[in-house]
Design a protein around this ligand. Structure first.
Ligand code: 3AM
Length: 186
């Protein structure tokens, strides 16, 4: 079995810039710059056959490159506790369409539909025992954050390995955008 997800890699300058948002937030574990990414689809643990089908399907996604701008910050919470701090993405139709296409091909490859709404973000920190009130100053301080837009020219199938000091992500396959011509596009 292998745990997989699909994401955009981020330019090194952007990742460095995002590390500049780190601050004093109790209970926050900041993500190393090299692990930062923008998840498009969490696939989860699958066997080799399913992984191969997903890979084939992703290889047929032939959209054109487009721009993304990281802006703003926020948090995810569940059961009243903050789970993650993130940087957001400026509203982006091309990204929404692209993510919907990834979702479609994943389902065609046999994966169960993702029930959660797509909320594009770059996770900055994971949190433990942190109330929303404790992250409010961080969120207020960086509400106006805006990074320069960048062009995404490829997307990546990552594997994820859970370790004691956090997850490590390995890029398994990189799929270029705008360079594949397929007869069975829809
Ligand atoms: O992009 P981020 O870091 O927010 O939270 C996990 C991470 O997202 C998410 O997949 C990305 C790579 O690990 N993830 C992990 N388990 C998940 C699950 N069961 C999940 N997303 C949805 N459902």
């Amino acid at each position: 079995m292998i745990r997989l997800f699909v994401a955009f890699d981020l330019p090194a300058e952007l990742r460095v810039r995002l590390t500049g948002l780190r601050g004093q937030v109790p209970g926050a574990r900041w993500i190393p710059a090299e692990s930062m990414h923008l998840t498009l689809r969490y696939i989860g643990e699958v066997n080799e056959d399913v992984a191969e089908d997903v890979h084939d399907a992703l290889g047929r996604v032939a959209d054109d490159p487009f721009e993304i701008q990281v802006s703003g910050v926020g948090h995810f919470e569940s059961r009243g506790q903050v789970r993650a701090l993130w940087a957001g993405v400026t509203r982006n139709e091309a990204l929404a369409r692209f993510q919907a296409r990834i979702e479609t091909v994943c389902q065609r490859a046999g994966l169960a539909p993702e029930s959660r709404r797509f909320h594009p973000h770059v996770t900055l920190a994971r949190c433990r025992d942190t109330s929303p009130a404790r992250v409010a100053p961080f969120v207020a301080e960086h509400a106006g954050f805006q990074a320069p837009p960048f062009q995404v020219g490829s997307f990546v199938l990552y594997s994820s390995n859970l370790g004691r000091s956090g997850s490590s992500y390995i890029p398994e396959v990189t799929y270029p955008l705008g360079s594949y011509v397929s007869a069975d596009q829809d």
